[in-house]
Design a protein around this ligand. Structure first.
Ligand SMILES: CC(C)(COP(=O)(O)OP(=O)(O)OC[C@H]1O[C@@H](n2cnc3c(N)ncnc32)[C@H](O)[C@@H]1OP(=O)(O)O)[C@@H](O)C(=O)NCCC(=O)NCCS
Length: 185
């Protein structure tokens, strides 16, 4: 999944992490989820990689394949440096994650299979939208695998509008569904 919103520049451009450096982020807005939502650091790479692998591997039961199911620790480390990535931690274990690239591209929303079905993804999605809006963006976009049986309905129920089918560089040859949402201010 990739969200992109480029309607207007962020107010705080200095929050963008450059390749090779890690920029800490101020404390996130509180969420009502049990556990601690915190910014991931590069040291979290092994645990985030495991979480993404388990969460996305589970999609194969639905006949949907994402390359995040086989993501390497090294690739995750680069992702943690480049993007703002958030993790939900419970009892010392990471149970969910969402990433925000350039403040407005939200990536890799994933919940551990054991923690699903209790609104974690919906709350993290709202959190990421809030972060993008706070950074000054008025619209966001996202891409969902066109074959996923229920994710498109999830985004529609949460105010996202389908824009059409596209191909994205991360998934060459695959058809993704592009969604867009106007962010509340
Ligand atoms: C997608 C994912 C993050 C959802 O996590 P979750 O914490 O179980 O989701 P929530 O409990 O917040 O539920 C989200 C919505 O999806 C719906 N949903 C969740 N599981 C569902 C299922 N198996 N069948 C149908 N709908 C389902 C819920 O009803 C809910 O709808 P609502 O918010 O309109 O009430 C999780 O399944 C996951 O990690 N999947 C693998 C990674 C992935 O595909 N990420 C998305 C990439 S675009």
């Amino acid at each position: 999944m990739v969200f992109v919103a480029l309607k207007r520049p962020p107010r705080r451009t200095n929050r963008v992490a450059c390749e090779g450096t890690f920029t800490p982020h101020p404390a996130p807005a509180p969420v009502s989820l049990p556990g601690t939502l915190r910014r991931a650091t590069p040291d979290d790479a092994p645990a985030v990689a495991r979480l993404l692998q388990v969460a996305y591997k589970d999609n194969e039961k639905l006949g949907v394949e994402y390359n995040a199911a086989a993501v390497t620790e090294e690739r995750v480390r680069r992702y943690l440096v480049r993007d703002e990535v958030w993790v939900l931690e419970r009892d010392g274990r990471l149970v969910a994650t969402v990433g925000l690239q350039r403040h407005i591209e939200v990536r890799r929303l994933a919940v551990d299979p054991d923690a699903r079905g209790s609104g974690v993804a919906a709350e993290l999605l709202a959190f990421a939208e809030g972060e993008a809006a706070q950074a000054g963006f008025r619209e966001a976009q996202l891409f969902v695998d066109g074959d996923h049986p229920w994710l498109q309905g999830f985004y529609t129920r949460h105010g996202w509008e389908e824009e059409g089918r596209v191909s994205v560089p991360e998934y060459p040859g695959w058809e993704m569904v592009k969604f867009q949402k106007r962010l509340g201010r």
